[in-house]
Design a protein around this ligand. Structure first.
Ligand code: SAH
Length: 216
């Protein structure tokens, strides 16, 4: 077993002892090689529990954070999912494995990152990568069962409530520029505009969202 495999196993053992992640989420982590989504010179760090740089001052999130978010998102096998903030494509690959019968739209506002993510995700057939601002793409491609933000936003955009199917979930780091609360909004299936619950799931720090819904 090489060093990467050992470190990957160590992470899994740590999560098994400290977190109650679902088996689907564990299985996706086992299947998707994080080392394929980072630059080759960082390969040895692929399974350190740390964020890593992509390009353009953006990051691929820390594995524990990624796993917590996937668990919070409660993805079904047939979910239709929007990810805002594709970055390297790693998170989209994990989602693609969990929602094996679903569809994933993931968007990225930095063109060079979107192009790289398209290549990284070529074998994940249920994923569509789109270059552009998530604020536009959400309206064009919705409605969705799940919407996940991997960049920080000042508030959950109201336009999204109408783009969520009954039983749907929005998950986003919401708050100030340098500290956010992981926020989960659930639509509980009555008339649109009513029947939403909001939960706060702990403090995190994410890169800021740009574009229409970002920080002014
Ligand atoms: N999910 C990624 C990590 C994302 S980091 C991964 O697994 O690698 C957040 C990303 O959101 C950055 O790449 C940033 O460029 C992107 N982003 C910021 N604002 C955006 C917007 N308005 N629309 C789409 N992507 C955006």
């Amino acid at each position: 077993m090489d060093n990467l495999d050992l470190k990957k196993r160590e992470l899994i053992l740590y999560w098994r002892s400290a977190f109650n992640f679902s088996e689907d989420v564990f299985l996706a982590f086992v299947k998707v090689p994080r080392e394929n989504f980072i630059s080759p010179e960082l390969r040895d760090l692929a399974y350190n529990d740390a964020p890593l740089p992509t390009s353009e001052h953006q990051t691929i999130s820390q594995p524990t954070t990624v796993m917590m978010m996937l668990n919070f998102l409660d993805i079904r096998k047939d979910s239709k999912i929007l990810e805002i903030g594709c970055g390297s494509g790693y998170n989209a690959a994990l989602i693609s494995v969990i929602a094996e019968k679903g569809r994933i739209v993931t968007c990225e506002i930095v063109e060079s990152l979107a192009e790289k993510a398209k290549k990284n995700l070529v074998d994940y057939k249920n994923v569509e990568v789109i270059y552009g601002d998530g604020a536009q793409i959400a309206g064009e491609k919705g409605p969705f069962d799940r919407i996940i933000f991997t960049a920080a936003i000042p508030k959950v955009p109201e336009e999204l409530f109408g783009l969520l199917n009954d039983g749907g979930i929005i998950l986003a780091p919401v708050g100030e520029l340098y500290l956010q609360e992981m926020t989960r909004v659930k639509k509980i299936g009555v008339k649109a505009g009513e029947g939403f619950t909001t939960e706060e799931l702990g403090e995190f720090v994410f890169v800021p969202m740009r574009g229409e819904w970002g920080f002014k």
